[in-house]
Every structure is written in C-alpha cells, then in structure tokens.
Design a protein. Structure first.
Length: 422
C-alpha cells in the first residue's frame, strides 16, 4: 500500500487483490484521500482501503442468483461508495450536482459502466418481493433477540408453532408475496380454522395461535426490512368460548391412586421422581425436569429446590423461586439428588407420564393430565387458607399488587408446605 500525490491531492495506490478480478477490471486503483496533507492521508488510508474492499465484496454478492442477496449487496455497495441507497425514482429527483456526483462515481470498464455499481449508486436495483416462506426464513434472524437464553429444547418449542402456522397458511393460501396478501386471504385462513375447530373439537386458542404467530412474522419482517406494507392483520382473532381448564386431582385420588404402593412403579426412575416431586411443590413439569444438582439442596436446614434460569428461560421473572421440600416430594428428591438428566432437555416427559397414567387408570377423568398435579397443589393451599402472597411466591405467579419486603422466611414456607403435604 502506498500514498502518492497527484496534483495537490494525496491518493492511495494499491494493486487489486486477485479475489476481485472478476468485478474490478483495473489491476491497480487510485483512491482519493481528499487531502493535500501526507500526515492526514496516512490516518485515512486504512479506512479508505477497507471501504474499497467492502465495495468489492458487495459486487461479488451482487453476482448472486438470489434476488434478496443482490438487493442487500446493492445497499451495501452504495454505502461503501459513500452514498445512501435510493430508489431510481428518488435519484432522478436529486439536484443536478448531486446526481452528476453519483453518475461519475460509477466505475467505467472497457465495455462501458459497471452495471452492478450503476444499479447500486443510481437506484436501479429492484427490491425483491418477499414470499411467506422467505419471510419465515428472514424472521429467524430478525427475531434472534427473542431466542437469547433458550435451551435447545426451548428453541425447538419456540420455532415449531411458527413453522406450523406458516405451513398451514401456505397449504391453504399459497406461498404468496407479503405485498399481495389480501384481507380475503386472511379471512379465508380464519374460516378454515373455524371449520377445523368444529370438526376436530379444537379450542379457539388453537387457531388464534396461528394467527398471532403469522402476524408476528409478517409485522417483524415488514418493520425490520422497511417494506412499508399495510398488512391486513386486524380484527382476525377468533372469539374465545369457555376455555378448557385442566381439572385438579382431588386429594383422595392422589392418596388412593397415584400414591398407592407400586402405582408408579412402571415409570422410569427419573419420570417417577419428577411426578412425586410435583405433588408437594406444584412446579411446572419443565421446571422439575430442568433442575440441576446444584438446585436441589437436601443438606440445608430447610431442604428445598431452587427454580433457576440455568441453561434455559423461565416462564416469567416471577417463576424464579425457592420451594421447601416435604412429604413424598422430599423422598423423591432423596432418590434423585442430582436432578433428571434424562429429561433436562427432552420434551418427552409429559407425553411419557400422561400415556403411562392413562394406560394404568391413574387419570381421575379424561380431562386430567400431569399438569393437574400443579392445580391440585394450588387448591390445597387455598383450602388451607394460605396467604395470597405466599401462594403466588410458591407457585411462581405475579402478585396483583406491589411486593413489599422479602416475603416469608424459609422456615415459614416450610411450615406452610408441611401443612398441605401428602
């Protein structure tokens, strides 16, 4: 790299790397440093060369067959050459002097102006239409901030409903460009879900999840890619009917059926301990499965577990909590003091337990699931008259008022849990 003076101006003079021979016809380039001072020129040469390389890289990308890649390359090339990318209609409205500056910036080759540079600097690059499938592909990157802290399993469970929503839409409406999706398209999709609800006895929540995920994908891409589209996404929510709630297990059922000698013997050890641990803690199945050995404190004055966001996200900030162990749950954790590596990042827990309990007559009604143990724990707290703040702290729920003080001590929480423990 060398700095040479041409007239009164200092220039950077350098051979073009072989990598860019296909997009840069010159063997050597002269890059104006816009100064007559050699000292100032020395401070500017690194940045000037970096800008040239950035421009050549954008030119290489501009040779791509992918329309989205070519358009992004045009934006980057315009920036590398010192211009803001503008549509050709806007470039045509520029003042004469500024327009001539852009025209003169386009490199001339033996066969004429560099067409890729011309498209970038003069606005000839056409922004490609983004289809629904392409929008989903872009969404994974544009919404990456929503995945920070998620475990591999959580990431899978976050992606799958969005993949499902897009597949359902494309299967019914087609892989249309976002700009061509009409209000009728969205109403047709909504009507399709209404029919499914009736035929398959599904709740409104099933269809609304698809609509919410599609809306999030479309709006995120529209905003982040600056498409400026008016998307037909309003007033689509399906009215919720009476929501299905998982019924709690009754105390008698838990005692006489689930905790009967040998009732859970057919489950593997880890699954069985998670179920028994849930009886007197009310943790979510995924919270129990995610516990590490460091979160299980059996040697403490008050044996307890600590629900922590270690290697995974919790449902909310209130889900981080400490729960004393008592009764059958304390016995379960003594059997599995290091946690449950088999299910730590494995989504099969609920399916395994629910299948076993149904096949062995341990579900109180067809509407009961493993999660019903969590609701049973809450019902026992209510029946015992446990203070609302303590109930919500143990359950990992928000409090409908400001939290004052540190809350109940571990000894107090232990007394509460022991009162209702089975």
């Amino acid at each position: 790299m060398a700095i040479k003076k041409r007239g009164k101006t200092q220039y950077l003079y350098r051979r073009v790397p072989k990598r860019y021979a296909g997009v840069e016809p010159r063997q050597f380039v002269w890059v104006s440093l816009h100064t007559d001072s050699e000292a100032l020129a020395t401070t500017k040469e690194v940045t000037a060369w970096a800008n040239m390389v950035e421009g050549w890289e954008a030119l290489l990308a501009g040779d791509s067959s992918d329309a989205e890649t070519r358009f992004e390359a045009a934006r980057e090339l315009a920036s590398a050459r010192g211009f803001r990318f503008m549509k050709v209609t806007d470039v045509a409205k520029l003042e004469r002097e500024e327009l001539l500056t852009r025209i003169e910036a386009v490199t001339q080759t033996r066969s004429g102006p560099n067409l890729i540079e011309a498209a970038a600097i003069l606005g000839g690059a056409v922004e490609p239409e983004i289809s629904v499938s392409k929008a989903l592909e872009l969404y994974w990157t544009l919404a990456k901030d929503k995945t920070f802290g998620k475990s591999e399993d959580q990431l899978r469970r976050w992606k799958n409903p969005r993949l499902k929503a897009v597949k359902n839409f494309i299967d019914l409406i087609g892989d249309k460009a976002l700009a061509k999706i009409t209000g009728d398209d969205m109403l047709d999709f909504r009507s399709w879900w209404m029919e499914r609800m009736e035929l398959e006895d599904l709740t409104a929540n099933s269809g609304n999840k698809d609509l919410v995920h599609l809306g999030d994908i479309f709006k995120t891409v529209n905003r982040m890619k600056r498409l400026g589209l008016v998307l037909p996404l309003s007033d689509l929510a399906i009215k919720e009917g009476e929501q299905r709630q998982r019924p709690p297990f009754s105390v008698n059922w838990i005692k006489e059926k689930i905790l009967a000698p040998g009732a859970l013997a057919g489950l593997n050890t880890e699954a069985r301990c998670i179920v028994l641990g849930m009886v007197n803690t009310g943790y979510r199945p995924s919270e129990g499965a995610g516990l590490l050995g460091a979160h299980i404190n059996l040697a403490a004055k008050v044996p307890h577990i600590s629900i922590e966001p270690a290697g995974r996200q919790l449902k909310s900030k209130h889900a981080k909590r400490v729960i004393p162990l008592a009764g059958i749950s304390l016995e379960a954790f003594r059997e599995c003091p290091e946690g449950f590596p088999r299910y730590r990042d494995n989504p099969s827990l609920s399916a395994t337990v629910n299948k076993f309990m149904r096949e062995n007559g341990l579900m109180e009604t067809p509407g009961h699931t493993l999660y019903s143990l969590r609701h049973a724990f809450e019902d026992r707290m209510l029946a015992a008259g446990v203070d609302e703040r303590i109930r919500r702290d143990l359950f990992g729920h928000a409090l409908d008022r400001e939290r004052y003080g540190k809350g109940a001590t571990m000894e107090h929480l232990q007394q509460v849990v022991q009162t209702i423990a089975l």
